[in-house]
Design a protein around this ligand. Structure first.
Ligand SMILES: *[C@@H]1O[C@H](CO)[C@@H](O)[C@H](O)[C@H]1NC(C)=O
Length: 335
């Protein structure tokens, strides 16, 4: 209910010392840090009221810091906020609302993003001349069998349910067709009157479309994809809605986290997908890199050099010329 002046001072000091050291701040407004009280009292991102609370917060940040901050990311990795926070419950706030919670959280997050972009556009842009974007995380999905139409479509679904879920509304005004079809059909088979995937009104679609001055892309890894049909009677779930299975090549190195296989060529394919699907947007790579499981006292990160070299080379070789920045994952995240 009130502004924390110590917090404002902390960020003012941080931003000022970055600028004094010739470091340009790119500020993320939300990286999984919902105040617990909003979760406990109102249900967090399940509640549509978050749109206006978040918009107040974003406007405060623009007012206090926007004279010096010119790059704003509304949300970092909304896929994980929705899927891990409200679907599987693997991460905070730990809700297991399978097949429903993630779609609802994502719906509110997308609307919030659009509202914040419009606030900036209307109130702050002319004075501050900055940019507002969103940062989306996605793996690449490659068909197991490139001659199988079913695998090709399943791999496309994988990426649409991952990246398209958020990028398509922002760049084209609505969820990907394939997502609407698959969640809609499974919901009907489960006897539900409406799809578990919420829908945008005509006004909302045009309000959301075009609300990103740049696209932040975070990317780490790739999966092989085959079609796999799940019965609707297994119960609602984001994962079975997609009708696919994910595979990995045992030859892919996985030097860090168990899920993080090094597959540099997937990066280039993902970026080409972004270019063609979303009209060649301005891109910043907001996270790319590899975590560590080896424990050593001496420096022993040849494998990390290999990973970064491989991925950055694919980026440089790529057809996508709109990549304007690259930040490595990371000095402080997971520290
Ligand atoms: C949603 O948030 C509002 C406050 O903005 C609250 O009055 C309402 O009870 C909340 N709804 C639920 C279902 O918690």
């Amino acid at each position: 209910e009130q502004v924390n002046e110590k917090g404002i001072k902390f960020y003012n000091d941080t931003i000022n010392s970055l600028l004094e050291n010739k470091i340009i701040p790119i500020v993320t407004l939300y990286h999984w840090d919902l105040p617990q009280v909003l979760q406990e009292k109102y249900g967090g991102w399940q509640n549509i009221s978050m749109i206006s609370y978040f918009n107040d917060y974003a406007n405060l940040c623009f007012e206090k810091f926007g004279d010096r901050v010119k790059y704003w990311i509304t949300f970092n990795n909304p896929w994980a906020i929705a899927e891990e926070g409200y679907e599987t419950g693997e991460h905070a706030p730990g809700l297991k609302l399978s097949g429903v919670g993630a779609y609802k959280a994502a719906h509110h997050i997308i609307k919030t993003h659009a509202k914040v972009w419009h606030s900036y556009n209307k109130t702050w842009r002319s004075k501050q001349q900055g940019m507002v974007g969103i940062s989306l995380t996605s793996a690449w999905g490659e068909p197991v069998d490139l001659t199988s139409q079913k695998d090709i479509e399943a791999a496309e679904r994988y990426v649409q349910f991952y990246l398209g879920w958020f990028a398509n509304p922002i760049y084209s005004g609505d969820y990907p067709e394939v997502m609407k079809n698959y969640v809609g059909r499974k919901s009907a088979q489960q006897g539900l009157g409406t799809s578990r995937l919420p829908s945008f009104s005509v006004q909302e679609k045009s309000y959301i479309k075009g609300t990103s001055d740049f696209l932040g892309i975070s990317h780490f890894t790739t999966r092989y994809i085959i079609e796999k049909n799940y019965s609707a009677f297994q119960g609602p779930s984001y994962h079975t809605d997609r009708d696919l299975a994910e595979l990995v090549d045992p030859k892919w190195p996985d030097p860090g986290s168990k899920w993080l296989y090094s597959v540099p060529w997937g990066f280039r394919r993902l970026l080409n997908f972004v270019k063609t699907q979303y009209g060649n947007p301005l891109i910043y790579i907001t996270e790319n890199g590899v975590s560590e499981k080896l424990q050593c006292i001496q420096l022993c990160d040849e494998w990390r050099m290999d990973y970064l070299k491989g991925y950055i080379n694919e980026l440089l070789k790529g057809e996508v010329k709109m990549v304007k920045g690259y930040t490595v994952w990371s000095l402080l995240d997971k520290f």
